[in-house]
Ligand binder design. Sequence first.
Ligand code: ARG
Length: 470
Amino acid sequence: MSKNTGGSSYDKKLWGGRFESGPTGDVIQFSTSIGIDWRLWEADIDGSIAHAKMLGKQSILTEQDAAEIVRGLEIVRKQIGEALAKGENPFPIDVEDVHSFIEIQLKAAIGVTAGRLHTARSRNDQVATAFRLTLAREGEALAKELSQLQAILLKRAEPEVETMLPGLTHFQHAQPVSLAHHLLAYFWMFQRDRERLSDWMKRVRVLPLGSAALAGTSFPLDRGFVAKELGFHRPCENSLDGVSDRDFALELLSGLSLMALHLSRMAEEFVIWSAPEHGFLELTDQVTTGSSIMPQKKNPDVSELIRGRTGRAIGALVQMATMMKGLPLSYNRDMQEDKEPVFYALDSVRASVRLTAFMLEGAKFHSGKMEASLSGDFSNATDLADDLAKKGVPFREAHEIVGHVVRHCLNSNLKLEDLSVEALKKLDTRFDETSKKVLLHRSVMEARTSEGGTGPSAVRTQIEKAKTVL
Ligand code: ARG
């Protein structure tokens, strides 16, 4: 253990009075959070300004003291902002957390009046407020980036309504689908992700400040005023819940995990599509890398990393849920561990959203390869069975008959679409000219005009809907 560096100086921490000595170097290092929670700095200042204004308005402080505190906090905001803009780190490692740091800086700026700011407040309601405010703001930025990705999906989908590629189930050719339809499937996943974020906004913007340490305070607060100043919907209803609830962080992490899952599915398809066996897609040089040994390689690293980073979000969710499980009311220091996983997941998912958009924007689709891969793939077989069913054959029987037709083709090395009307008739007398026509892959795709289907007319309707939600 390193030597005792404790003491009661208000210049380093906010709670020295009761102690004769203080934590040792190792303990300080173990318990400080400023290396992570510095990201709350601006929300913390905003929260403090709202609190100070309310204290003045309620005559809990004099109007002069409140104004002096607000002035001081703006000085601190400027100092930190300028240092960050210069690429400097203004946050010293030996201060417990960002809240302590800001109060210490405030004292340096305006002197003893700074000590009045913490009236009717605890770090417990302060940190919950700053964390909520920070996440609400970052969540908004993420939602914007998601909608930009959706816009690119839409932009890339629109010209590809008529482009066909194999639609898969069990990773086997199933039925041909429109490339636009395939891309739009992701559009709707990201739409749900964005809706989840906006629903979460209702709950994250609820104000803990005024809960004080856990039980509220004897000072005549106006919590509604503070909520309004900070853009929160309302004060929380219960002070114990106010300081100890972290549902908002868990909810965000679960939303981020879903986003990461969606992004990883798309990334996986980019990897597959860009493999030479498929050649459906060509990624730009900006998002691919070469090999140090194999000169021919062009690897889809960015897609792979997006796919690989899914674990960050899911891991963060599990980490946070495990930290919260079984904690008695109300605040426990365990909860200081809440920020790292959230910022880790948030940064990772945000970067993945941005890079997916960038990758998609530059990607080249090789529609010729997509269409060529349909040839002889039997993804038109359902429609041949449907043709018989439309002529009155029970679908189960039609399925059986077409199964035999497929076997016949496989045995004689023929493509289903190449069978002549005569050859079809020989296999079943109910086949005719129409049966031959439905076998064209394009007809198969075009026929699927049901709402939400892949037929170009249905896809065009879908595109209009997508435009209205964006
Ligand atoms: N840094 C602490 C956190 O993030 C602030 C709250 C500290 N409260 C306390 N009672 N020690 O949780």
